[in-house]
Design a protein around this ligand. Structure first.
Ligand SMILES: *Cc1c(COP(=O)(O)O)cnc(C)c1O
Length: 422
């Protein structure tokens, strides 16, 4: 495969300096272009974002905040950070934005650092039912330094059990309540969480890592008016560079800024900060709003078509970009389904479903998302074919069937190329 205009002249430099890594970049570009990308937490960011991300801003140390740095020579990068902050505040209607967290997990750690002390109780969705590692897993700081209390989803509807959230909050009086998850397909009722937090005097942290892009595109309601603090990643539906961000009320601005730096991080990644500014500008446009709405329409069409193929969408469907599928009806476990899909060039992940009888490393489900395929331009009509490919791959017991499905995958995505050549 030849060098691509997309990578620009610097790519030729890389090819001559380090052909091994250059080839890996090309192979990964090829993988992203030829397979079906259905990981719910991934997207295909724009060449403009990639240009800012792979830039000389990576060279600059800028510990501190614009106008208050610990290093000289920050007047140029200050402008990038100020633009990112102003754009975030405008786009989300937030009092304050911190654009420095290196990732979603770092943003969450900063919220813990700002509002809690080791040993404090934190109430969040159960990991087994869609919560994130940073919401109290025993292998994560959140489970080791804090006392996690977990709410669940209802067995019958598979929607969050808000009565249980309230009763656990009253019983345990947590310092912080976390709303938002990593594998929950439904809208979260932030107003109810706000009421519960107020009843017990807790901080309400919304972990919007997955769905903030849908909020940015005005396709679903915003947590910003309700939450004390909203933490998120910039690389999921939002479609920006890898990174994290925090929005909060004015009263918490100082605590959040101090928690990010110097409590938790050193120098910010100014190339990432600039790339975050680029994506925030992209999000504040009509085409991005159309994109966000299409992501949901595609997910709903895909959920219905998968249901027709015997793969049951948990909670009966989705309000967002992701679908959690229960495979028990077709007798394939999540681990095996992920492997079979990989063999057909369909990239998705195994995932526990609520009340899963299998351990997490096996699981009874898979998670799929529509951010990447919607970026590629697919609409509802393509979802029937995508569903047939997924179902065919999951049910394929013979490796030759997987290879045949892989060829159909290549043909479908060729009609919707990622990173079109100029
Ligand atoms: C993805 C995710 C994170 C972590 O983001 P990283 O950038 O991988 O650290 C945190 N919380 C939730 C709910 C997520 O989905």
């Amino acid at each position: 495969m030849s060098a691509n205009t997309f990578w620009g002249p610097d790519f030729e430099e890389l090819q001559s300096q380090d052909p091994q890594i250059a080839q890996i970049l090309l192979d990964e570009l090829n993988r992203q272009r030829t397979g079906l990308q259905l990981i719910a937490s991934e997207n295909l960011t724009s060449p403009a974002v990639l240009a800012a991300f792979g830039s000389v801003l990576s060279n600059k140390y800028a510990e501190g905040y614009p106008g208050k740095r610990y290093y000289g020579g920050c007047e140029v990068v200050d402008q990038a950070e100020n633009l990112a902050i102003d754009r975030a505040k405008k786009l989300f209607g937030a009092d304050h934005a911190n654009v420095q967290p290196h990732s979603g997990a770092s943003a969450n750690l900063a919220a813990y650092a700002a509002f809690t002390k080791p040993g404090d109780k934190v109430l969040a969705l159960s990991l087994a039912q869609g919560g994130h590692l940073t919401h109290g897993s025993p292998v994560n700081f959140s489970g080791q330094w804090f006392e996690p209390i977990h709410y669940t989803v209802k067995k019958d509807t598979e929607y969050i059990d808000y009565d249980e959230v309230r009763s656990l909050a009253i019983e345990h009086r947590p310092k912080m309540i976390i709303a938002g998850a990593t594998a929950y397909p439904r809208l979260v009722d932030f107003a109810v969480f706000r009421q519960i937090a107020d009843e017990v005097g807790a901080i309400l942290m919304v972990d919007a890592a997955h769905f903030i892009g849908l909020v940015a595109g005005k396709a679903i309601p915003s947590p910003v008016p309700h939450a004390d603090v909203v933490c998120f990643t910039t690389h999921k539906v939002l479609r920006g560079p890898r990174g994290g961000m925090i929005l909060c009320k004015e009263e918490h601005a100082k605590a959040i800024d101090k928690a990010v730096f110097p409590k938790m991080q050193g120098g910010p990644l100014m190339n990432a900060v600039a790339a975050k500014a680029v994506v925030l500008k992209e999000c504040d446009t009509a085409p991005y709003q159309d994109y966000a709405k299409q992501v949901i329409k595609n997910a709903q069409a895909l959920a219905a078509a998968l249901n027709d193929q015997g793969l049951r969408p948990v909670s009966g469907g989705t309000d967002t970009h992701l679908i959690l599928l229960d495979l028990q009806g077709i007798g394939v476990d999540g681990k095996e389904a992920e492997k079979r899909c990989d063999a057909a060039q369909i990239t998705l992940n195994k995932n526990s479903i609520p009340y899963d009888p299998q351990p997490p490393m096996i699981s009874s489900g898979i998670r799929v998302g529509t951010p990447s395929i919607t970026t590629q331009g697919m609409k509802e009509d393509a979802m029937v074919e995508v569903a047939a490919l997924i179902a065919g791959a999951v049910k394929a017991t013979d490796p030759s069937t997987s290879i045949e499905i892989g060829k159909k995958v290549n043909q479908l995505v060729a009609k919707y190329p990622a990173y079109k050549r100029a």
